[in-house]
Design a protein around this ligand. Structure first.
Ligand code: UD1
Length: 422
C-alpha cells in the first residue's frame, strides 16, 4: 500500500493570518444529534475534516441524506426524514470515536440501537462505562458481545445521573438521549467544555429544553418531538490553540483569527508565563516570535483548565524553551507517543508514566517520524516547522481527522509543506 507523507522544510519564519475553522469536537456531536429532528438541520461553517465525511456516510447507512451547500460548500445539511434504525456495524463506525454519539441519538429516536465499538485515537484506556451507566439510568438494557453494543428501552425516563468523572463524551451522549426521554434528567458533575454548550444550543433550537450547559449541573426536560434548524458551529479552540503554539514556536508575527479567546485562557496564561508575546483581541490573538522562552511545568485538566488536546503541541514548544519543563496529563495516561518521535528530531524528553520531563532548549533537525495520533501529528508539524532540513511525517490520516486544509493554511503563512506518496 502507498503511504502518504507530509513533508516540511523547516526554518522559515511564519507571518500572516490564519482563520480557524469550526470545532471538530462540536461537529462530531452535532451531526449525530441532528438525526433527532423530523426535518433537515443545517450546520453552518462545517470544517473540512475526514470525520465529517465518515459521519455523513453513517447518516446514509441509516437511510438519511446529507449534502453540502453555500458558495464554498460551507453548509452541511442533514436530512433525517427517512432515517431507519439500521445496525451500524462496519465501515465508518469503527473509524472514529465520536460514532458512539449515535448510541444516544438512535436510542432517543428508536428506543433501540445496535452499533460496533468506536475507534479513534489510542491515548490509553478509553472506557465508555459512564455513557452506558447513564443510558441504563434512563431505562435502557444493554448487551455487549464482542465489539458490538446492543441497547433497547421500553421507554426512556428522566433520571438523576451523577458522573463519577465529568466526561465530555458521557455528558453529550446523555444529553442527546435525555432530550427525548419522559420527564426531567439531571446530570450532576457534568463536563463544562464549550462544545457541550454548543450542543445544548443546537438541541434547544431544535425544540429541546436543556438548562445549565456549561455548569456542572445540566437539567434536561424531555420533549416528544424535535425539528430542523440552522446552527453556526463554534470555532475550534483546539485548532486555534495548536496554531497559537505553532506561532509561538515559528512566527515572526501571526494572527490567529475567528476564535473565542476566553476558551483559550489557560493556554494563553501558560504561554505568557513562558514569555510568549501574545496580544489578545475580541475574536483573534496575535503572536510575535523571536523572544527567548523559558520552560514551564504544566498539567492538563478539565475545562476551563488546560486541555489535554493541547498538551502535545505545547510539549514541542517546551523543547524550544530554556530549562526543564515537567508535563503531566491527568486525563489520558498514554498521550506521550509524540515524545519518542520528537526525540528522533533531537529533543530531550523522558516519559515516565503519565508525565514527561523535557530538557530544553535543543535544536531540532528533520527526520522521518510518525503521527501516532491526531494531536501527536500536530506536535510533529510544529517541530518540523522549526527543524533544520526536511521532516517526513507518516500516518497523515490522523492529522486529516482534525486539521482542515493544513497545507493551505501553513503555505499561506510562508511555510514549505507538501505531500508525497511512496
Ligand atoms: C473528548 C474529546 C477529546 C478530548 C477529551 C478530553 C471528542 C470527540 N473528543 O473525548 O478530544 O481529549 O474529551 O477533553 O469530543 N472516561 C471513563 N469512562 C467513560 C468516559 C470517559 O473512565 O465512560 C475517562 C476517560 O478514559 C478519560 C476521561 O474520562 O480518562 C476523560 O474522557 P472524556 O471526557 O469522556 O473524553 P472523550 O469524550 O472521549
Amino acid at each position: 500500500m502507498m503511504m502518504e507523507l507530509i513533508k516540511i522544510e523547516g526554518g522559515r519564519p511564519l507571518s500572516g493570518t490564519v482563520k480557524i475553522d469550526s470545532a471538530k469536537n462540536s461537529t462530531v456531536a452535532l451531526i449525530p444529534a441532528s438525526i433527532l429532528a423530523e426535518s433537515p438541520v443545517t450546520l453552518e461553517n462545517i470544517p473540512s475534516i475526514v470525520d465529517v465525511e465518515r459521519l455523513g456516510e453513517m447518516i446514509e447507512q441509516l437511510g438519511g441524506t446529507y449534502r453540502y451547500d453555500g458558495d464554498d460548500d460551507e453548509d452541511f445539511i442533514i436530512d433525517p426524514t427517512n432515517l431507519q434504525n439500521i445496525p451500524l456495524l462496519e465501515g465508518p463506525v469503527t473509524q472514529l470515536r465520536a460514532s458512539y454519539y449515535f448510541l444516544g441519538a438512535l436510542l432517543a429516536k428508536f428506543k433501540e440501537v445496535k452499533i460496533g465499538m468506536p475507534g479513534g485515537c489510542y491515548l490509553g484506556p478509553r472506557p465508555i462505562d459512564l455513557h452506558l451507566k447513564g443510558f441504563e439510568a434512563l431505562g435502557a438494557t444493554i448487551e455487549q458481545e464482542g465489539g458490538t453494543i446492543y441497547m433497547r428501552a421500553e421507554r426512556l425516563k428522566g433520571a438523576k445521573i451523577y458522573l463519577d468523572f465529568p466526561s465530555v463524551g458521557a455528558t453529550i451522549n446523555i444529553m442527546i438521549a435525555a432530550s427525548k426521554a419522559e420527564g426531567t434528567t439531571v446530570i450532576e458533575n457534568a463536563a463544562k467544555e464549550p462544545e457541550i454548550v454548543d450542543l445544548s444550543n443546537l438541541l434547544n433550537n431544535m425544540g429541546a429544553k436543556i438548562r445549565g450547559a456549561g455548569t456542572d449541573e445540566i437539567r434536561i426536560q424531555g420533549v416528544d418531538r424535535l425539528r430542523g434548524t440552522r446552527h453556526a458551529i463554534i470555532p475550534d479552540r483546539i485548532e486555534a490553540g495548536t496554531y497559537i503554539a505553532l506561532a509561538a514556536a515559528a512566527a515572526e508575527e501571526v494572527k490567529i483569527d475567528n476564535i473565542i479567546p476566553t476558551h483559550l485562557d489557560a493556554l494563553i496564561s501558560k504561554l505568557q508565563e513562558m514569555g510568549v508575546d501574545i496580544e489578545i483581541n475580541t475574536d483573534s490573538v496575535t503572536v510575535r516570535g523571536g523572544k527567548a522562552l523559558k520552560a514551564v511545568d504544566f498539567k492538563t485538566s478539565i475545562y476551563p483548565g488546560l486541555a489535554t488536546d493541547l498538551q502535545q503541541p505545547l510539549v514541542t514548544l517546551v523543547t524550544q524553551s530554556d530549562g526543564v519543563g515537567m508535563v503531566e496529563d491527568t486525563i489520558y495516561s498514554d498521550r506521550f507517543r509524540n515524545c519518542y518521535e520528537l526525540n528522533k528530531m533531537g529533543a530531550n524528553i523522558r516519559v515516565q508514566g503519565n508525565s514527561a520531563i523535557i530538557q530544553g532548549a535543543t535544536p531540532l533537525r528533520g527526520a522521518r517520524v510518525m503521527a501516532t495520533d491526531l494531536r501527536a501529528g500536530a506536535s510533529l508539524v510544529i517541530a518540523a516547522l522549526i527543524a533544520e532540513g526536511v521532516t517526513e511525517i507518516g500516518n497523515t490520516y490522523h492529522i486529516d481527522r482534525g486539521y482542515s486544509n493544513i497545507e493551505e493554511k501553513l503555505t499561506n503563512l510562508g511555510a514549505k509543506i507538501w505531500r508525497e506518496k511512496e
